[in-house]
Design a protein around this ligand. Sequence first.
Ligand SMILES: [Zn+2]
Length: 173
Amino acid sequence: MDKQSATCHICGRQAFFYSSYLGKHLCGKHFEKMLVRRVRSVVTTEIGQRKAFRKVMDGSAAFRFIDFVFRSGESDTTLFNNVLEDFAIAVLGYFVFDEKPKIAVKSASGVSPLFTTSEKEIENFLKLKKLCGGSVKRRKRDAYVLNMLYELEGRRPGGMLSLVKIGRRLGII
Ligand SMILES: [Zn+2]
């Protein structure tokens, strides 16, 4: 489809973002709605409903996004800022380098609601809400693995997500 003429598959308005998660174009309003719904459902699925959460206030784009979606407060559950890319690196690292992942979707201390959300989605969400957040600095090997993953993603959109879902199913992350 021509990018210029792409329209939202829900309402038919001009598309703002192509979601490789859904394999569909979305307008700004529906992009926001779908993304917020997705990250909320991760938390609900993993730990059930909670009113407020502890957050990792590192000023990152991921934190800004989490802070927009979830309420802060006294809680024994922390929402971590790790995103799809971090989990894809962890899963590939496990298979290729035999490295035990240091992050988990769910741990005793909390949840990573963004494990299916990419940096690109977060970046576009912040742009839409006129918010800003810092970029992530990764160690050399992780940056190298991520380049491999971006190449995979280029050849097969949604490939990173599939990898993360497989890793989750196998209990790696
Ligand atoms: Zn729409």
